[in-house]
Design a protein around this ligand. Structure first.
Ligand code: ZN
Length: 226
């Protein structure tokens, strides 16, 4: 976030910092502003440049099966190896791709990570901190990798019922707008384990899963890890 604010040069640093604990960030910069031309960080952090067109992202439908990812041999081992080999902040998209399992049996993209028109306010220039997947309320939500539950409860910044899993070495995943969760703080979960049911709690316009990947506390594009 801070790298992006510095690079954008439009004086949004304070707003970006304030939103660090929130689900979304609304800024007044139009989507056609020069910040959209900013090159994405090689780590994938705040890759605004890869999200140039909100309507195209919203219309995109990406279907693939969770089993296609998890049947690769020892995916958790691959993730642990990746995280221990280098600072998580320096991991490239090529290296991280495929290391997290899908949080739903079927991933149907509903709204991409990055700048978009807000579905709540209709305003442009909202920073969407995660990837939305279409899911009927009550759909099983799976842990993207093994880890420890560090939060399970109400998120006061729009996430509604939210679960956060710490995978170690600075990598976390969050699952939002849940109708219910079946885990508690401190619980160890395994990859693919059902941790919650999807819903539409919090700042949500309908049943879906808002999935976030965080690296050292900053959100990154989840699709770079799936
Ligand atoms: Zn979302």
């Amino acid at each position: 976030m801070t790298e992006f604010a510095a690079a954008s040069g439009v004086g949004q640093k304070a707003g970006v910092a304030l939103a660090a604990t929130g689900l979304v960030l609304t800024v007044t910069v139009p989507v056609s502003s020069p910040m959209m031309a900013t090159s994405a960080d090689s780590s994938g952090a705040v890759s605004a440049a890869s999200q140039p067109d909100v309507t195209a992202a919203a219309a995109a439908k990406v279907d693939f099966s969770r089993t296609a990812v998890t049947t690769k041999g020892d995916p958790d081992g691959k993730l642990k190896q990746l995280l221990s080999a280098q600072s998580v902040g320096s991991i490239t998209r090529a290296a991280s791709s495929g290391t997290l399992g899908a949080p739903l049996e079927q991933l149907v993209s509903a709204s991409a990570y990055g700048f978009r028109v807000s579905p709540i306010t209709g305003g442009a220039g909202e920073f969407h901190r995660g990837q939305d997947y279409a899911a009927q309320c009550g759909t099983a939500v799976h842990a993207a990798a093994s880890g420890t539950v560090t939060f399970a409860g109400w998120h006061p910044y729009g996430g509604g019922n939210r679960v956060v899993i710490d995978h170690g070495n600075g990598l976390e995943t969050t699952y939002n707008h849940l109708s219910s969760s079946s885990v508690r703080v401190g619980q160890q979960v395994s990859r693919g384990e059902t941790i919650a049911m999807s819903g539409t709690t919090g700042a949500s316009t309908g049943c879906h899963l808002h999935f976030e990947v965080m690296v050292n506390g900053d959100v990154v594009d989840p699709t770079g890890w799936l």
